[in-house]
Design a protein around this ligand. Structure first.
Ligand code: NAD
Length: 260
């Protein structure tokens, strides 16, 4: 009889999660660790990152935290080298860190545009640039990039974010084509509205009542609720695991049916 651990085969794997201190990244790091992976959380929020690691360890998991701004080439290069030195491999990379500014092109200051693109799109390129060679050397790996429903269909007052996430979708396909021969799978998870600090902050940015904003965000989809961070983490676990061994270059939409 097969058991879940054997099917997933993530136990003992080294898994890097960017934006691991909060929301979807944190839920994914916790889930991977609960199946025996060593979770390495990267984030700019050190206090939250360290406390997330302590929480995972308390549950019996293995984890560590590195401060890394994914929009910084120097940070990405240093952290990839440090993890390689400490663990000798990186099996799973979840490029999850992202930020949103709820503004139209007219409202966006150039620095907002640059910040959203630098974190949400360039960050995927930068960390992958330094981690793909490690995966090539060891004979393979699984990379999951965080897209968004708005990277597929657009959305209101989030021009830079929609552009960044559409870029992540096609960057995923390009990476899957370039690195498939090295046995590196690259996929994109595309969450719908998920109850995290990022979503709640959107209410603030739009000067909307938070409770009303969350109810409105949950509506208009067949499964009439917001996603939970765990809903998205489950999909990432599938893409990270051997269960998706012949899946690459794909976009897995996890949104309660919100595409309609
Ligand atoms: P979150 O705000 O809860 O967590 C994001 C984490 O990223 C935070 O810990 C933050 O400190 C970190 N971060 C921000 N800038 C960083 C940087 N430069 N370098 C490293 N870390 C950085 O957000 P979340 O909702 O969990 O979002 C995770 C991903 O999911 C994002 O890419 C987001 O765009 C995407 N997403 C979220 C939703 C949603 O509704 N929550 C929907 C679609 C896509």
């Amino acid at each position: 009889m097969l058991n879940t651990h054997d099917l997933l085969n993530v136990a003992g794997k080294i898994a890097v999660v960017t934006g691991g201190a909060s929301g979807i990244g944190l839920a994914t790091a916790e889930l991977l660790a609960s199946f025996g992976a060593y979770a390495i959380l990267l984030d700019i929020n050190e206090a939250q990152g360290e406390s997330a690691v302590a929480g995972i360890k308390q549950q019996g998991g293995q984890a560590s935290f590195y401060r890394c701004d994914v929009s910084s080439s120097a940070d990405c290069q240093r952290v990839a080298a440090d993890i390689d030195a400490a663990h000798g491999r990186i099996d799973i990379l979840f490029n999850n860190a992202g930020i949103i500014r709820r503004k139209t092109v007219v409202e966006l200051e150039e620095r907002d545009w640059d910040l959203v693109i630098d974190v949400s799109l360039k960050g995927v390129y930068l960390l992958s640039k330094y981690i793909v060679p490690i995966m090539e050397r060891q004979g393979g790996g699984s990379i999951i990039n965080s897209g968004s429903g708005w990277g597929l269909k657009g959305g209101d007052r989030a021009a830079a974010y929609c552009a960044a996430k559409a870029g992540v979708v096609n960057l995923t396909r390009a990476m899957a084509i370039d690195h498939g021969a090295a046995n590196i799978r690259v996929n994109c998870v595309s969450p719908g509205d998920t109850d995290t600090p990022l979503l709640r902050d959107e209410a603030k940015q739009l000067q909307r009542n938070e409770a009303e904003f969350l109810v409105a965000s949950a509506g208009g989809r067949p499964l009439e609720r917001l996603g939970t961070p765990r809903d998205i983490a489950n999909a990432v676990l599938f893409l990270a695991s051997d269960m998706s061994s012949w899946v690459t270059g794909s976009v897995l939409v996890v949104d309660g049916g919100g595409i309609a």
